[in-house]
Ligand binder design. Sequence first.
Ligand SMILES: C[S@@+](CC[C@H](N)C(=O)[O-])C[C@H]1O[C@@H](n2cnc3c(N)ncnc32)[C@H](O)[C@@H]1O
Length: 268
Amino acid sequence: MMHHRIDAYGASYRGFATDVYAQVRSRTYGDDLGQTGWMNADEHDLFLSWLDLDHDSRLLEVACGSGGALLRTAKLTGCEAQGIDIHEDAIRAARAMADNEGLADRVTFDVTDAGNQLPYPDNSFSAIICIDAINHLPDRAERLRDWARILRPGGRIVFTDPIVLTGPVSNDEIAVRSSIAYFLFVPPDFDDRLLLDSGFRVLEKIDRSENNERIARSWREAREGLEAELREIEGDETYDGSQRILEVAERLASERRLSRFAYCAEIQ
Ligand SMILES: C[S@@+](CC[C@H](N)C(=O)[O-])C[C@H]1O[C@@H](n2cnc3c(N)ncnc32)[C@H](O)[C@@H]1O
């Protein structure tokens, strides 16, 4: 069965500031950080503890979506930050939030395709974070080498890879799960090997599939509770396609056939 591209990100980013999508986020995550992946506030706190940021740090968030987590990071740590995402509506929402929160002088957002070499000089950042998005970037070895280039000595990266194949997955499940955008499905330990080859030492690696399972379920249920409003805004194809993606994401994560790992690594 063929599956059309589902514009799930576009729908949530265009509607980001509206009441309906704010309700979806708060019912999904509990704490609405303005996120669109599988991270909640507790997990964000854990990742921040790995990065050890302060007023002297300069952080890059790759595929920051609508920027809520990056603004929270800047508020909590005092760091300077740059967020990039390919989605114009996401960056528009992020800039509006930075303005509202009086953080626009310290946190900037740009539309950038992170599948290419990034437009920063060597040694630009003390840390890089990328949550639930590395699977959308082609040529991961090249991306990691480029991230190593723009990091300062001793710099750290934190990323989650939610698309690690740890069990059998059918062609139809792969088609549904990847109907949002470009997707890279990788074998276990693939990321560990690439990190090592790109000059990183792995400091932390933990299985966070449970967040994927739990959040996919609460997200699908939250959207179901607002079905009439969402169908009106998104149209039936995007609504049904998004629900199908969330249902398959939950099933694959709960059966640990697709796993989500979080990594922290440091330049050697
Ligand atoms: C699952 S969302 C996660 C967003 C955010 N990190 C969060 O946790 O809320 C994946 C993000 O990757 C972005 N993305 C996909 N391909 C990209 C690319 N080539 N360059 C930059 N961002 C990309 C999407 O626009 C989307 O915002």
